[in-house]
Design a protein. Structure first.
Length: 428
């Protein structure tokens, strides 16, 4: 058997402790599967005195993660600190410069610093692996880099933030408002310390940027993502969408088009009978489409101690078996600078509006849509009170520009009560 593979873990939160437990509980299995004993030399975290539920006395302690990254008895530096700057960035760069391989679960670091870190790793002849950074226990990185290596990937999409999916599912099943479920989720500890990372779509967009680079051979471009969170989704929209046969999901979509690379993270409607439409609670789902394989659906836990630690250890095991290769599938120097799509691909849209109870009000709205080149597929008008009437419209495929033109013109018709809601309907 080869010499042991020695790890240093920086960050002893939920995931770090999960990795430590796997190493302790499955040492014989890991050695049998990789041909090497996997050991832990040293650890680092902010508070040495904190009780983490497992004994740490057998491992050396480093207060500074950079010092841990440079230790002679560390072959693989496991970064579980988080954040795209500060200690995480400094420690990963130090590890690569010192000739260490790196495993990370840090989606923000890769989404913001991915190109420079990939260049550093490849120039040093080391590997940087990050299965745990996207969708927790779902092996989506390995699927793109290995399982679909013979495919021209045409589209990547998915629900990549379990907290948002929990909120939207809970709103639907309990009939509660967004504010009520947000407070509930926050109280249960389901949201990040900065909730906007979750509900603002930022966390999920970090993951989409990574997947997009892998799928299309482009430099990671987080800033090129059209980003919208779920805070404007109302219980009225969830009910109305259900009445029309749809579910609302925070959906990430990346596809290469004739207009450039389209990357979106925004609330969308999906058919309620589709795999994405049937995804409830905090589960994640990623859909990959390739020219040879067609469509595959990956579903599983997107966070938590066990699933994320499992993904970290999958990378460690690959390194133990000698796996190497470019960080984003092709050499960093060959990654293309993407051209962000200036316009999104046409799609049908869901519109919800409230009209003043005036003669010809609906005809005026239909006329405005028609003049903008937006045709109506389905329309539903509900019972109204003495002053206003709720209306739902599903359009045929149209462009965002045409739809925005129509929405702007509607404001001058004098028949709207409030601001219309428009949500894209994604084909699944």
């Amino acid at each position: 058997m080869s010499a042991p593979l020695r790890l240093g873990i920086a960050g002893l939160g939920t995931v770090g402790i999960g990795v430590l437990r796997i190493i302790r509980q499955h040492s014989e299995m890991l050695a049998a599967r990789t041909g090497r004993e996997i050991t832990l030399s040293a650890v680092s975290a902010r508070d040495k005195s904190k009780d983490r539920g497992v004994p740490l006395d057998r491992y050396d302690w480093e207060d500074d993660p950079v010092a841990l990254a440079r230790r002679d008895d560390v072959d693989v530096f496991v970064e579980l600190i988080g954040g795209h700057d500060g200690p995480a960035k400094a420690a990963v760069e130090a590890a690569l410069a010192a000739g260490k391989d790196v495993v990370t679960a840090n989606k923000a670091l890769l989404a913001i610093r991915g190109q420079s870190l990939a260049e550093a790793a490849e120039n040093a002849g080391r590997t940087l692996r990050y299965e745990a950074a996207v969708a927790g226990g779902i092996p989506v990185i390995k699927s793109l880099m290995e399982g679909l290596a013979g495919n021209d990937v045409t589209r990547v999409m998915g629900v990549m933030n379990g907290s948002c999916n929990y909120i939207l599912t809970r709103m639907e099943t309990a009939g509660l408002s967004y504010a009520e479920v947000f407070a509930e989720a926050d109280g249960l500890g389901y949201l990040e310390a900065d909730p906007q990372l979750d509900v603002g779509g930022i966390d999920a967009a970090h993951k989409l940027a990574i997947l997009s680079s892998l799928a299309f051979g482009t430099r990671v471009d987080f800033d090129g993502i059209t980003l919208e969170g779920i805070d404007r989704v109302s219980i009225e929209d969830i009910r109305a969408a259900a009445d029309m046969g749809y579910k609302i999901k925070l959906l990430g979509v990346a596809q290469m088009t004739g207009r450039g690379l389209e990357q979106r993270m925004q609330p969308c409607l999906v058919p309620d009978t589709s795999p994405l439409g049937q995804l409830d609670g905090g589960t994640n789902m990623v859909v990959l489409e390739g020219d040879a394989v067609g469509q595959i659906v990956l579903r599983g836990p997107g966070a938590g101690e066990g699933p994320t630690a499992s993904a970290v250890m999958a990378d460690v095991c690959d390194i133990a078996k000698g796996a190497r290769g470019p960080v984003f599938g092709v050499p960093a120097a060959q990654l293309k600078t993407s051209i962000p799509a200036r316009a999104q691909m046409p799609a049908p849209y869901y519109l919800r509006m409230s009209l003043e109870d005036k003669p010809g009000a609906l005809a005026k709205i239909a006329s405005v849509l028609g003049e903008a080149g937006v045709s109506i597929d389905r329309m539903r008008q509900y019972g109204h009170d003495d002053t206003k009437a709720p209306v739902l419209i599903v359009t045929h495929k149209t462009t965002p520009d045409a739809l925005n033109t129509a929405l702007a013109e509607m404001s001058s018709t004098g028949v709207l009560s409030g601001t219309p809601v428009a949500l894209r309907i994604e084909a699944v």
